[in-house]
Design a protein around this ligand. Structure first.
Ligand SMILES: Cc1cc2nc3c(=O)[nH]c(=O)nc-3n(C[C@H](O)[C@H](O)[C@H](O)COP(=O)(O)OP(=O)(O)OC[C@H]3O[C@@H](n4cnc5c(N)ncnc54)[C@H](O)[C@@H]3O)c2cc1C
Ligand code: HEM
Length: 395
């Protein structure tokens, strides 16, 4: 429990964090990743290089400082952090490492005049309080995942049963447990963690589950990223019969249990969770589904035949696909050309406020689609989005 003096000190730090939070967290990562090899595999180097991860952490520290006397006001933030941590297997013993590096970064970035002993003590207490909350919540999720039918704790070996090219750049991997036992169920929209060793280096990544849960196997669908370490390794070197270490599913970008229409809008590889959500909503039978997908061209359009089959099978599905480059042909994809546009969305999307929308694609794509859907009348809190990387603000 923080004293009232410590709470006041944390609140007084808010203006410093507003302007200098990112410099602080960038310095923090430099210290921690430089000195603690044991936590390095958990962190994606590309997210450090782009600054997205230091920004996500700075934002969470700022939010925490602002709401230190009313943690309920943090809203969805703790759940977001917990899910990311669980999918990458953050453990209680990692917290003191983060804590000591964070306090050192505060001292070194702010200097002794600002970062007095009282300030450091207050931040040590505040960090301890937040760490306890996260450790407790994460332990609960780990325990639930281990106790559930087909569940497990930590890494479990899976064999690649099938490897299927879905487009010129997206390949699906069907993963069966090496012990041939059941696998834990998940919500459509959730993702797995993979642990790999590439050129002697351990690395971890998340991949969305691209089909509904069946208790037997998982499917992930991976886009080859230019110069991407893990995606190229999976495409080029992980073949049928190979074994991969898999962490259990997590994630809070999941289909709600409403009765209104489900609107799924994806760009590129953002299709992976939306295809699982579409499958779940259609199998449930009680909801209209509008599936909208944007691809650069026919060569990189994944799951076109699957959606085609579903359109024939499910009268409650309406599907639209737009290509940036290509031509319209009768009876074949695409339905339209170009990038997302307001008139297009207006024609395709049901605008009643009880519709639930799920949007995934590049950041500017999600920003535009989200704003458009709200302008068209969808409820702001029913338009959900997720990043395939650290969470960022949508301008
Ligand atoms: C919740 C979640 C779900 C996801 N679901 C999917 C999914 O279903 N399918 C999918 O394909 N992906 C998904 N991803 C993304 C996935 O986890 C990986 O980030 C992605 O595969 C890229 O990893 P990589 O190792 O291939 O690329 P990385 O090596 O991480 O590189 C990514 C990019 O950054 C550049 N880069 C790397 N290091 C540096 C550096 N030091 N300086 C400058 N640039 C650098 C690379 O050239 C590349 O263009 C998901 C991510 C999350 C968080
Ligand atoms: C109080 C302590 C902590 C806070 C406030 C915190 C906060 C965050 C936040 C805000 C994110 C981004 C979430 C998102 O993108 O949606 C994140 C991701 C992450 N955190 Fe933590 N975290 C804490 C402790 C830890 C610890 C102890 C570890 C383990 C060393 C850790 C490892 C990670 C990793 C690996 C990611 C994903 C990084 C990536 O995408 O590259 N965190 N955390």
């Amino acid at each position: 429990m923080l004293t009232s003096e410590q709470t006041a000190i944390i609140k007084a730090t808010v203006p410093i964090l507003e302007t200098g939070g990112e410099a602080l967290t960038t310095h923090f990562y430099k210290i921690m990743l430089g000195e603690h090899a044991e936590v390095r595999p958990l962190f994606n180097q590309a997210h450090q290089a782009s600054g997205a991860q230091p920004r996500a952490l700075a934002n969470s520290v700022l939010m925490y400082a602002r709401h230190i006397d009313n943690l309920g006001a943090l809203g969805a933030l703790p759940a977001q952090i917990i899910n990311k941590h669980v999918a990458l297997q953050v453990q209680p013993e990692h917290y003191p490492i983060v804590g000591s590096c964070l306090l050192r970064a505060i001292r070194e970035v702010l200097g002794a005049e600002v970062a007095t002993d009282a300030v450091i003590d207050a931040w040590a207490a505040a960090y301890g309080q937040l760490a306890d909350i996260l450790i407790g919540a994460e332990a609960k999720v780990y325990d639930q995942l281990a106790a559930a039918p087909g569940g497990w704790r930590g890494a479990r070996p899976f064999r690649v049963a099938r490897k299927v090219a879905e487009s010129a750049e997206i390949t699906s991997f069907y993963l069966e447990p090496a012990d041939d036992q059941a696998v834990v169920a998940y919500q459509p929209g959730q993702y797995l963690g993979l642990r790999l060793v590439i050129d002697g280096q351990e690395v971890r990544r998340n991949y969305s589950l691209s089909q509904v849960a069946n208790g037997r196997d998982y499917r992930i669908s991976v886009k080859r990223e230019p110069h991407g370490l893990v995606s190229n390794y999976l495409h080029d070197s992980v073949n049928e019969g190979a074994t991969l270490d898999v962490f259990p599913p997590a994630g809070e970008f999941t289909l709600s249990s409403g009765t209104g229409p489900v609107v799924l809008i994806s760009g590129g590889v953002g299709i992976t969770p939306t295809i699982a959500m579409a499958e779940a909503a259609l199998a449930g039978g009680g909801r209209d589904v509008v599936f909208i997908h944007y691809a650069r061209n026919s060569g990189v359009h994944a799951f076109g035949a699957t959606i085609d089959g579903w359109v024939r099978r499910y009268p409650r599905l309406r599907a639209y696909v737009a290509y940036e480059q290509g031509a319209l042909r009768n009876g074949a994809w695409p339905t339209a050309l170009g990038r997302p546009a307001m008139d297009q969305l207006k024609a395709w999307v049901p605008t009643q406020p009880e519709a639930d929308a799920y949007v995934l694609g590049p950041k500017p794509f999600m920003g535009f689609v989200r704003r458009s859907l709200v302008a068209l009348g969808l409820a702001d809190d029913r338009v959900h989005h997720e990043f395939f990387g650290p969470t960022e603000a949508l301008a």
